[in-house]
Design a protein around this ligand. Sequence first.
Ligand code: MRU
Length: 357
Amino acid sequence: MTATCNSSAREFSPIEYSDGVLRMIDQRLLPGEEVWLEYTDFRAVAEAIRTMVVRGATAIGVAAAYGAWFGARDIEAEDFAGFWTKFEEVCDLLAATRPTAVNLFWALERVKSFVRANDNQSVVNLKIGLEYEAIAIAAEDIRTNRAMGKNGAPLLPDGARVLTHCNAGALATGGYGTALGVIRAAVAAGKKIAVIADETRPWPQGARLTAWELQRDGIPVTLICDNMAGYLMSRGEIDCCIVGADRIAANGDVANKIGTYTVAVLAKEHGIPFYVAAPLSTIDMSLPDGSHIPIEERGAAEVTHSGDRQLAPEGIAVRNPAFDITPARLVTAIVTEQGVAKGDLAAGLRALAGQGR
Ligand code: MRU
């Protein structure tokens, strides 16, 4: 793995791939430093996902697909059975990095299905096919986000002041973004949109990443601490909320960054629409409701410290769940690439997922 700098002006993607090398912007260092790290090994890609060099539901799916290709490339096996055993080990290691965002498992299942469906092919051909599969997953992610943007943009009125939580932008995806993709599409359609970005403690994705990428695009953005959203809502300063998702259960319950549930409760109290933008690959139809979604617990230092500075007394007990569940009843609509589910979210998601097949 090596580090380089890059200040390209073309459409931004946090994950770039060419000639067998994966490059990812180190999201831990933004906005202070724009450092790109290079990867050619699946174990290093797994570590990058675990340590949040790359983060965001679909971005980690894309990274894992490239990781699977690197793992496959290095497998020494003569026949399908030998290849499959080792390939499963590669995928298992990549899957063990983060538990909540289903896109990671979706991407790994997709590359495994590709291998299973081609069990009559030579090992050389399987390796070639897996590289194409990873490239396709990355390209589809951007297309999907653009389609979501088109479907979701009509929900945002001209002049809207839109609250978002965490980072559901280009940085969280292969490019363009989910919730920020909807905002980008509304802006591209000529609407005047002002974004209010929650800081998103304890790993301030809002302050560091959402603020960085919207400012870079020239989209007006105002940063607030997480505990300020209710006050702004009570003063009529927020017209709607839009967030991304890490996993959505069949009934429409939404797992997203910790604090999302609080925003949704506040939105309900103030009669403000609460929208979620997520691709069909984020919908986990195997889970009846959000109580079954595994929630990642992260280290105490993220809560006790701000950067290197210790905020809390030594030895204090800490909880650090990284995600929470917003019940479907608090969600006004879910925007997907196939259309928008509203009202009966369970029925809406079933219909949209059916069209996506
Ligand atoms: O812990 P993170 O930064 O990976 O969490 C990311 C989020 O919660 C995003 O809101 C989510 O992935 C939706 S955007 C694809």
